[in-house]
Design a binder for this molecule. Structure first.
Ligand code: AMP
Length: 221
């Protein structure tokens, strides 16, 4: 299966993609996670990317297109993949289509996680993650058992530098202007499945699995 997730920051893409990648045993390619790893490595490319990220802007297209070109051409993506955060504008979407056409591995489905704007800010600013194992929590909706300590590995939780309240508006504006037009783009390709994403993560996951089942059945006919 080759799957793409769309949705604004805070819509739960990361959570759903991780669960689905575990279930389907295919690779989860998160542009934000890949960029944060480059930033953490402290290379000149990482420092340059951090400036865009900390302003709530998109990192230049050529950086992302090269990064995903490499990932999608590699053997780990051959059994299938889940894209999370890439593409984020029309130019990236067209580059992705060209690359996947060349590889003869078109997307099977695009899930759009739909959620009311007023829920996003609280979801984003309350998010905390474990730098050691990558587990994600929320101070109100999914707190760790012990304050600020990862349940899974005991690491100290941190807040992403771009999850601060003052940056949320810029990130949501960037999403609306540059990424939201992709909903229509993939609808035009008849690949879009909209999922209401304002409930419990497990319920949303069930809805995604149900849509995949319908898709698999229609393919096997
Ligand atoms: P995310 O973890 O998906 O919210 O991404 C964090 C930040 O990384 C974004 O606010 C952007 O600055 C940058 N970023 C992630 N994906 C992309 C992309 N496809 N194109 C450009 N910048 C991106």
């Amino acid at each position: 299966m080759r799957i793409l997730f769309l949705g604004p920051p805070g819509s739960g893409k990361g959570t759903q993609c991780k669960k689905l990648a575990d279930k389907l045993k295919i690779v989860h390619l998160s542009s934000g996670d890949l960029l944060r790893a480059v930033v953490a490595a402290g290379t000149p490319a990482g420092l340059a990317a951090k400036q865009f990220m900390d302003a709530g802007n998109l990192v230049p297209d050529d950086v992302l297109i090269a990064m995903f070109g490499e990932k999608l051409s590699s053997p780990e993506s051959a059994p299938g993949f889940i894209l999370d955060g890439f593409p984020r504008n029309l130019k990236q979407a067209e580059s992705l289509d060209a690359l996947l056409a060349e590889l003869k591995t078109p997307l099977d489905v695009v899930f759009n996680l739909q959620i009311a704007d007023d829920l996003l800010s609280e979801r984003i600013t309350g998010r905390r993650s474990c730098p050691k194992c990558g587990a994600v929590y929320h101070v109100n909706f999914h707190p760790p058992k012990q304050d600020n300590i990862c349940d899974a590995c005991g690491g100290t939780l941190t807040q992403r530098s771009d999850d601060k309240a003052e940056l949320v508006k810029a990130r949501l504006d960037t999403y609306r202007k540059q990424t939201a037009p992709l909903i229509e783009y993939y609808d035009g390709q008849r690949k879009l499945q909209t999922i209401a994403a304002n409930g419990e993560p497990d319920d949303i996951f069930e809805k995604i699995l149900a849509e995949l089942k319908v898709l698999e059945n229609s393919h096997s006919k």
